[in-house]
Design a protein around this ligand. Structure first.
Ligand code: GDP
Ligand code: MN
Length: 392
């Protein structure tokens, strides 16, 4: 699960990292009011940033500076409602603009192969790190954190010196260690600060001060670990989620959309994978992975059918149920109910074995469903039905 910059910054703040103060606004008026508070606090400029879950907002015109409240209002009005890589901007972050001296990159990812957290840093910050990695891989410093103790002090210092952050050693060490701590504290897959910046400001006595600050933050959380962090689920941005994913989660259905034309409805993840393999072996391409879960009742079957049919590419549906705690007759009733409601009629092949399979077979035959007794037969029939032109 990706979370917005503002939420990622809140998590970094909670871990003690230096992040400039910010507010989030959903309307132009709120953005202007937030900007006025920044100016009143003495900021010469404010920065207004689109809050969307894609990178490269700066290049797309979604990050802009303003020198007075009127300009902040104009900038916010330009950004709110703007389209960035297909996503409509619904909120902006407003903060005092940093006077940037230099930009760095610092990020942590889960390195599954090494079974450790990998900290990556680069003195070429600001720009897209993927580009640096592709063109000048030597410009990225990589250090694996200790699997139990996190990033050790000397590792953080090594990273700081490698990036040329010796003059900011204490802050750099705090940030590097805090970044890795953030990974474990929230079970994140990725925590990225780009840019981590040396920022110039003026002290009360008029002297110039240079500090190291996290000006952007990107965090991806492990969906499977969300149960361990109840508060984090609230950070999910439903505005930016695929409606199919939202619907599937609400129904407790494990659903992943794919590119093929054979919709699959199966109970159990292993059986779902096997079913997809068999569809491929029969010469077809699965349109989705779908596990209706154990003990699914008629309404969940109907919901699964709606999810499958919402994909216009689906030309045939293969239902493969192995009844254990899931009762075959319940699934059959769900299918009959779903077909009565659905707007689009596509060929469907059903194979139900196990608990109450006889009852299921009787119901399905009565309702004139195409059935199959073996899985190979079911897959072959579904692929043939899709080939013969989808909708009847
Ligand atoms: P991204 O393009 O989506 O990664 O968004 P960023 O938050 O990284 O902003 C893009 C760029 O805008 C940064 O690399 C900076 O150069 C610039 N920027 C962001 N915040 C500030 C700020 O407070 N002051 C100044 N001067 N520039 C900023
Ligand atoms: Mn950035």
């Amino acid at each position: 699960m990706k979370i917005q910059e503002a939420d990622a910054k809140s998590l970094l703040l909670a871990q003690g990292l230096p992040v400039p103060a910010f507010e989030v606004a959903r309307t132009v008026a709120d953005a202007r009011a937030a900007a006025e508070r920044c100016f009143a606090a003495g900021a010469p400029k404010v920065v207004v940033k689109a809050q969307v879950l894609v990178g490269g907002r700066g290049k797309a015109g979604g990050v802009r500076l303003a020198g007075d409240p009127a300009e902040a209002e104009a900038v916010a009005s330009a950004i709110l409602g703007m389209d960035i890589k297909g996503i409509t901007v619904r909120k902006v972050l407003v903060a005092p603009a940093a006077d940037i001296v230099r930009e760095f990159y610092l990020g942590a990812v889960l390195d599954r192969a090494a079974r450790r957290i990998l900290l990556m840093g680069s003195a070429e910050g600001g720009v897209e790190i993927e580009q640096v990695a592709a063109e000048r891989p030597e410009a990225i410093v990589r250090i694996h954190a200790h699997p139990h103790l996190g990033l050790l002090d000397w590792q953080a210092r090594r990273m700081a010196f490698a990036l040329g952050l010796g003059p900011h050693l204490r802050a750099a060490v705090t940030i590097a260690r805090g970044l890795v701590r953030t990974m474990t504290a929230y079970d994140a897959d990725l925590v990225e600060i780009n840019p981590l910046a040396i920022v110039r400001s003026t002290a009360a006595d008029g002297s110039e001060v240079l500090t190291l600050e996290c000006l952007d933050a990107k965090i991806t959380l492990d969906d499977s670990a969300l149960g361990r962090h109840p508060g984090l689920e609230d950070l999910r941005d439903l505005d930016e989620e695929d409606p199919a994913d939202v619907a599937a989660r609400a129904e407790g259905i494990n659903f992943i959309k794919l590119d093929g034309s054979i919709g699959c409805m199966v109970n159990g993840a292993g059986l779902a994978m096997t079913t997809m393999d068999l569809v491929k072996r029969a010469g077809g391409e699965p349109a989705n992975f779908l596990d209706i879960g154990g003990g699914a009742r008629a309404d969940r079957v109907a919901a699964a059918m709606r999810l499958i049919l919402a994909d216009p590419k689906v030309e045939a549906i293969l239902v493969n149920i192995f009844g254990g705690i899931t009762r075959g007759d319940e699934v059959a009733r769900g299918l009959i109910e779903a077909r009565a409601q659905q707007e689009r009629d596509v060929p469907m092949v059903v194979r139900i074995v196990g608990t109450n399979a006889d009852e299921a077979g009787r119901l399905l035959t009565e309702a004139r469903f195409e059935t199959a007794s073996s899985l190979d037969e079911a897959a072959a029939k579904a692929v043939a039905a899709a080939r013969s032109g989808g909708s009847r």
